[in-house]
Design a protein around this ligand. Structure first.
Ligand SMILES: [Zn+2]
Length: 276
């Protein structure tokens, strides 16, 4: 079940940063979302630096749930909130050097459940990153998080690879998406239109997932040949496009006719880019 390997590798292509926000994919069940999260954590500290290998000491300890540098923070069972005491406990651990890997990893599930006190206390820690600590915030509802948190994390969506075989046949690569983004920047509606229509229909789900991945990571990629000014523009339309893609994936999951869906995506994309 290593379907996320390449995706995670793309995200972590540049060295790990100090905080990530992973949003649950509502189409997937908790178990599938957890598989992604566990693979992501392994990829950060795997000894082989190739996403995760499932073989090294770090990967093995994560698989057995006994890695001393990985700390999970959950909400209290009684009031379903993450308490100030839990947050104080992690803050104290951030001053301790990691035992076996290069970094402590704090995985906060689900960060929207922090009490107000816990939240304020945690923000201070998040605002003062240090190289010994990486925070992974998990959320089931990103809308409940403040802009202050969102601006300090790299936002990651969990893709839905329901059918890995279509993914293998997919000749989609970063260049195609780069081209699409350039068309969007240039407001080249005709090219956007033809792009969606020429894309193999049985791969629409993979395509949308890749597009989502690309849009989520674009701000953090150094080697994409898009100017800083254009990246600013893309950041502005990022939110609308991500919402559109997530909604389209949901529609796709409800067996909507692909041509109707493509027309919908094109017209919505058209609206989004006209308005920025
Ligand atoms: Zn490994």
């Amino acid at each position: 079940m290593d379907i996320y390997h390449d995706y995670i590798k793309t995200i972590l292509k540049n060295n790990p940063i100090h905080a990530y926000l992973i949003s649950h994919n509502p189409i997937l069940d908790n178990k599938q979302n957890d598989i992604f999260i566990s693979q992501f954590i392994k990829s950060i500290i795997c000894n082989n630096h190739e996403a995760f290998c499932n073989n090294c000491a770090n990967c093995n300890k994560i698989n057995k749930n006994i890695h001393p540098d990985i700390h999970y923070i959950n909400s209290d069972i009684d009031n379903k909130k993450i308490s100030i005491d839990s947050i104080r406990n992690i803050i104290s651990l951030t001053y301790i050097k990691p035992n076996e890997s290069f970094s402590n990893i704090f995985c906060i599930q689900y960060c929207e459940e922090m009490s107000d006190f816990a939240y304020n206390s945690f923000l201070k820690t998040l605002e003062n990153p240090n190289k010994d600590n990486i925070f992974i915030l998990i959320t089931k509802n990103k809308k409940l998080l403040s802009q202050t948190i969102l601006s300090r994390v790299m936002d990651i969506s969990i893709p839905n690879y329901n059918d890995p075989s279509t993914l293998n046949n997919c000749d989609l690569n970063i260049k195609n998406i780069e081209l699409l983004i350039k068309n969007i920047i240039q407001k080249d509606i005709i090219s956007i239109y033809s792009f969606f229509y020429t894309f193999p229909k049985n791969n629409l789900s993979s395509f949308l997932n890749y597009l989502l991945v690309f849009i989520s990571t674009i701000k953090f990629q150094n080697d994409i040949k898009i100017s800083n000014k254009d990246i600013l523009l893309i950041s502005k339309i990022y939110k609308d496009l991500s919402n559109l893609i997530i909604h389209s994936l949901e529609l796709l999951n409800h067996n909507i006719n692909h041509n109707i869906l493509i027309s919908y995506i094109v017209s919505k994309t058209d609206n989004i880019i006209k308005n920025f």
